[in-house]
Write a protein that binds this ligand. Structure first.
Ligand code: ATP
Ligand code: FE2
Length: 322
């Protein structure tokens, strides 16, 4: 069975085609803001201008009549962006005469991680621009055991980067700067039970910048502090739930220092650490295609009248039947 998936909840308009075993095609068209962060309307405009081109590129690599189902990111995400994706998916499903499957974006990050790493029953650390959650499966749901109380870790990094004059997305640039940092600047460490908060850490880091501290040291201190916070709640989740696998997913997961810190923590407790390949870590159409395929095989299909976008869709709203 072959599934096509459309992703476009925020910055990356992406179409992936997969079968049960592998990714067959993956075409991306990232939206890069001209200034500042992601503007929802501008991003949606980008997606609507690009969706035709991306689909053309996909269908130059695989014939449309090979596609058995069309999956799309139904939420969570930016409303205007989601609507472009949903409209494209409905049109394509109707045109091909194939079933439509609406997919939860967070679930897709986790499922593609499990698929590509072979992790069986992990605690998932989902760190992206908009989300930071510690997730594990209990019975027929993925449950959120801890999460950010304000902004996602990726947004926090992007905000700090912008403040220091670096263009969006800031994640990879902060990672490079941090490698050259050596002086640890004390920052607030905000873990509340199983939850995290990043906005105060950003403000404190911005003050160091105003005071003339080096960008490298600020980036280094910011990463060490926030990544330790993430490691602490991840470890507590593993201990409480008695699970010995940790799976890192979401765009921030591409960060090698974060991978290293979580890897060391897992090694210390005799647990296994998993991270999917970089191109499937951040937003991508293959994760939507794969999760759509999994859902369809377990009886899910989204009728056109039920395919409205869900900007606040949470992972624990989906019954996991597999
Ligand atoms: P979601 O809807 O799941 O919140 P998203 O729209 O934020 O997803 P992702 O691709 O999952 O998209 O994550 C993007 C984030 O990842 C951005 O904030 C970006 O700065 C961050 N990022 C990318 N590479 C790195 C890196 N090497 N280090 C740290 N952060 C990174
Ligand atoms: Fe994402």
């Amino acid at each position: 069975m072959i599934a096509l998936g459309i992703e476009g909840t925020a910055w990356n308009l992406s179409v992936g085609v997969v079968n049960e075993r592998e990714v067959l095609v993956l075409e991306n068209s990232p939206y890069i803001p001209s200034s500042g962060g992601i503007h929802p309307r501008e991003a949606a405009q980008h997606h609507s201008e690009e969706i035709g081109n991306v689909l053309k590129r996909v269908f130059s690599k695989i014939s449309p009549d090979k596609i058995d189902l069309v999956a799309f990111s139904q939420g969570p995400g930016l409303g205007p962006c989601l609507r472009i994706v949903a409209t494209a998916a409905r049109t394509l499903a109707l045109k091909l005469g194939k079933p439509l499957v609406g997919v939860n974006h967070c679930l897709a990050h986790v499922e593609v991680g499990k698929w590509t790493t072979k992790a069986k029953n992990p605690v998932a650390v989902y760190v992206s621009g908009g989300n930071t959650q510690i997730i594990a499966r209990r019975g027929k749901r993925y449950r959120v055991f801890g999460e950010t109380l304000d902004i996602g870790l990726g947004n926090a990094i992007d905000k700090l980067a912008r403040y220091m004059g670096l263009p969006h997305p800031g994640g990879p640039k902060i990672e490079e700067l941090a490698k050259k940092g050596s002086k640890y600047l004390k920052l607030p460490y905000v873990v509340k039970g199983m939850d995290l908060s990043f906005s105060g850490v950003v403000t404190a880091a911005q003050k160091y910048y105003d005071a003339g501290e080096r960008k490298e040291d600020i980036a280094y201190s910011f990463q060490e502090t926030t990544f330790s916070m993430v490691a602490e709640v991840s470890e507590r989740a593993m201990a409480f739930l008695e699970l010995d696998e940790l799976l890192l997913v979401g765009g921030v997961g591409a960060n090698k220092r974060l991978q290293e810190i979580l890897g060391i923590m897992c090694e210390d407790r005799g647990a296994k650490f998993y991270a999917p390949p970089k191109e499937l870590m951040g937003d991508n159409g293959a994760m939507i295609a794969y999760t759509g395929l999994l859902m369809y095989k377990h009886g899910y299909e989204t009728k056109i009248e039920d395919s409205m976008v869900l900007p606040n869709f949470r992972i624990d709203e989906v019954e996991v039947r597999w």
